[in-house]
Design a protein around this ligand. Structure first.
Ligand code: SF4
Length: 357
């Protein structure tokens, strides 16, 4: 879709004017340091701002510069990231820091194409860094911007579909301001986040009201098209709290790639055993951890964790044994209770461990 140049100029003027008066006062908006911009873009990719902001500050406190991060080891980085989820992001941060330090002399590459080659940096992050830090006119199209574009131009299709992207991307490339691409991108994101909201958009406060087809036709609720909702499977996992002489048995995630190298509590999938005799669960826990079958288990509590792709029901059991088995199989290890805070766990296990205190 080729847009009329007067319309393009109008949109740029309105978005930039609105942004100069209404930008949300986030701390990272006071800087153009690519390290900080990159960090916040990665943290907030799949995380709400209220949840991620303390991680942003903690990360900067622990690794104030790219050099500090590039010298860290994975366990340190995962520990700071603990509880934030999508741990591949943390591992990619470390990989990218090392690459920039070793291959680019400690300076971020300044073209969109080179930025895209960095681990964990996709079109969204590359365009955010490129437009904010290096003035590149590349649009940053997140879910909020997709919604604004869908309504402005009444674009059909599900926002994540190929057809939708192939229509919106050329439009986003046409309208982005050449003079202030970073501010324009952030303005579009803020309009989407605060005004053009999914339900009840505040059109009367919107700087784009005069350019908006959905407003003219009163079709705001029809755009963007709703995603079809797929049912999410329910899984049931038994977690063993195994205590011996002031130590607890923990393990390390080795098979689930996205949690790789995080620590976990001994866990077995009991989805097929729900409703059966708990003895089967106890023998599965004993088998997995190589404990004698006669150990006595107590049920402690149940908790639920909902993810975008599944819901997991955790059933937490505890046992105390007097003599720690001499032979222990990797990746299991005994850890003194007082040392547990040194180990990075995913949020599901952190929550379980907190309930034990
Ligand atoms: S006028 Fe309303 S529907 Fe159109 S972009 Fe603004 S807030 Fe969204």
């Amino acid at each position: 879709m080729d847009l009329d140049f007067d319309l393009i100029k109008e949109i740029r003027k309105r978005v930039l004017g609105w942004y100069s008066r209404n930008a949300r006062p986030f701390p990272w908006r006071k800087t153009k340091d690519p390290y900080k911009i990159w960090l916040c873009e990665i943290i907030f990719q799949q995380t709400r701002i209220e949840q991620g902001i303390s991680y942003y500050f903690q990360f900067l406190k622990t690794f104030p510069t790219l050099r500090h991060l590039s010298l860290a080891d994975e366990m340190q980085v995962l520990k700071v990231w603990e509880g934030l989820g999508y741990y591949t992001r943390a591992r990619n941060l470390l990989k990218t820091a090392k690459i920039i330090y070793q291959q680019y002399g400690g300076f971020f590459p300044q073209t969109y194409e080179e930025l895209l080659k960095l681990p964990g940096v996709g079109p969204y992050t590359a365009s955010a860094i490129g437009s904010i830090c290096f003035h590149l006119p590349v649009p940053t199209v997140d879910g909020n911007v997709r919604r604004v574009l869908a309504r402005l131009f009444e674009i059909q299709g599900e926002p994540n579909s190929k057809s939708f992207t192939s229509t919106t991307q050329p439009i986003a490339e046409q309208i982005i301001s050449r003079k202030s691409p970073g501010n324009f991108n952030q303005g579009m994101m803020d309009i989407g986040a605060t005004i053009c909201t999914p339900i009840n958009p505040k059109c009367e406060k919107c700087p784009l009201i005069n350019c908006c087809l959905a407003y003219q036709h009163k079709t705001q609720n029809h755009f963007p098209q709703k995603k079809s909702i797929r049912p999410v499977p329910n899984l049931h996992w038994a977690v063993g709290i195994i205590i011996c002489q002031g130590k607890i048995l923990i393990t390390r995630e080795e098979h689930r790639n996205f949690l790789k190298n995080l620590y976990a509590l001994p866990t077995v999938d009991i989805s097929t055993m729900i409703g059966s005799d708990p003895k089967h669960i106890f023998s599965e826990l004993a088998l997995t951890t190589h404990l004698p079958h006669h150990v006595k288990w107590n049920f402690l509590f149940q908790s639920i964790r909902k993810y975008s792709h599944r819901t997991i029901h955790f059933y937490v059991y505890q046992t105390q044994i007097k003599t720690c088995p001499k032979k222990i199989f990797s990746p299991y290890q005994w850890v003194p209770f007082k040392d547990l805070p040194k180990y990075p766990f995913s949020r599901a296990y952190t929550n379980i461990l907190q309930k034990l205190k």
